[in-house]
Design a binder for this molecule. Structure first.
Ligand code: GLN
Length: 447
């Protein structure tokens, strides 16, 4: 704990943590020591973790890196976090992220961007940017993030670590601030696949507080990390031909595929005809869901309240205008528009249909192949300020991560070397729903 606290202090300029809880962490560490001596310690004894600022932890500030939740403290602890505590993990603080997890660079945070330790003029990715930097810069052993369209995988790729999003519904969302509920999933940022497996087995499983969570039994993932000798691996041809894909990432991905072939796996090109539609479909559906989820922040129940309101309507308007940042406002407007009576069928219903097509095709490919392998991102970490001005360019940066989110299947990003500037490259692997033990075993074997 002292080691990590010291790193957090020395690396404050990276803006990874919004708040640190040193006294509590020390007390937890002492309690764990006593349990270790008594032989009663849990599976995560001594694992120092950080929480993305979207996870409820009783008595602790929680604000999704937004001004609108200023002063809000959580009244309860979410299921995933409680399970970590029950296994004696030590929680060290809460981490910076894009406001309401909307973004791919951590630049929409009310608290300013987190910085990539490899080059502090560059973004760490987002939305779980602070969580990725915290692991990258050794400020905690693991971070718990959330992934709606790539928010643990993309920052993991930009920071050279492992980012893992389980199957939708594998981990309870009780205590996770909602962005787009049919996509949101808690995920992990770690240095190793083994740690990701261990954290998943602790957090996953049935929970009476989340009616969407899967009732399936939870395998002991950390004990099942031996891969099969031969897998069938598909790669989407179109992904590698994508204009805008950094040639060095393309080369690194092709090299990884070649290596897999060399190891005796079957590696084949597959067709996925919907690549052009996945980003628009994702942004129509997630903004629609967000516009509904974020209607609860009205200045009455949580956090910030505009001081200059004169009646109820002006209270709503002023609180929301002052409390939400520009990207969140843009998404609420977009979501409200696609759900409006005149446009509902043209956009929302149509996007639901396209999502179904994308899901069916992805599931079909993942029945034919054990895994799909593709780059995590089209570029390496970009400079702070460079992409942020161009909303569409920022949305298009999600091109490789949103397929797994639309389909609800698990996906992991593992380090795949660096480019000529020394910036990390990520390799992404998808498997069929609830096949995490295979996905983790395979991912572990190639890192
Ligand atoms: N960049 C994507 C978005 O802004 C993904 C965010 C996320 O997964 N939370 O929606």
């Amino acid at each position: 704990v002292e080691y990590y606290l010291d790193n957090i202090r020395r690396k404050e300029h990276l803006n990874a943590f919004l708040e640190v809880w040193p006294e509590e962490a020390r007390a937890q560490a002492e309690a764990v020591d006593a349990k270790l001596a008594a032989g009663t310690a849990g599976k995560l004894a001594g694992m120092v973790i950080g929480l993305k600022d979207v996870l409820a932890y009783e008595g602790h500030a929680l604000q999704s890196s937004s001004h609108i939740l200023d002063g809000f403290k959580s009244l309860f602890t979410g299921t995933a976090v409680q399970r970590l505590l029950d296994e004696d993990a030590i929680v060290i603080g809460r981490q910076n992220c894009d406001e309401f997890a909307m973004g791919a660079s951590n630049e929409t945070s009310y608290f300013g961007p987190a910085r990539n330790e490899i080059d502090t003029d560059r973004v760490p990715g987002g939305s779980s940017g602070g969580s990725a930097v915290a692991v990258q810069a050794d400020m905690c052993l693991a971070s718990i993030g959330s992934d709606t369209g790539g928010s643990v995988r993309q920052p993991a790729a930009f920071c050279g670590i492992v980012g893992f999003k389980p199957t939708y519904s594998r981990i309870s969302r009780y205590g996770l601030i909602a962005y787009a509920s049919s996509f949101d999933q808690i995920g992990t940022l770690t240095r190793s696949v083994e740690d990701a497996a261990l954290l998943l087995e602790v957090m996953a499983g049935a929970d009476s507080f989340d009616s969407t969570v899967s009732q399936r039994e939870v395998p002991v993932y950390s004990q099942q990390l031996t891969p099969a000798p031969h897998y069938r691996v598909g790669y989407i041809k179109d992904c590698l031909e994508r204009p805008g894909l950094d040639p060095e990432i393309k080369a690194a991905t092709e090299q990884a595929l070649e290596q897999l072939r060399g190891q005796g796996h079957v590696v084949e090109a597959v067709d996925f005809p919907y690549l052009d539609f996945i980003v628009p479909t994702y942004y129509i559906l997630t903004t629609a869901e967000a516009s509904s989820n974020l209607s609860r922040y009205d200045g009455v129940k949580f956090g910030y309240r505009a001081p200059d309101a004169t009646d109820l309507e002006s209270l709503y308007k002023k609180t929301r205008a002052q409390g939400f940042g520009p990207e969140v406002q843009r998404r609420i407007l977009l979501g409200t528009f696609v759900l409006s009576a005149s446009y509902y069928d043209a956009y929302y219903t149509k996007a639901q249909r396209v999502r179904r097509l994308i899901k069916e095709k992805t599931d079909e490919l993942l029945r034919e192949y054990d895994f799909l392998v593709l780059p995590t991102t089209p570029t390496t970490a970009f400079r702070i300020g460079d992409v942020n001005k161009d909303t569409l360019a920022m949305y298009l940066a999600d091109i490789f991560t949103v397929q797994a989110s639309l389909a609800g299947v698990p996906a992991i990003s593992v380090p795949n070397g660096t480019d000529s500037q020394g910036l990390p490259i990520g390799l992404q692997i998808l498997s069929g729903a609830f096949r995490e033990e295979h996905l983790l075993a395979f991912a572990g074997s190639i890192t």
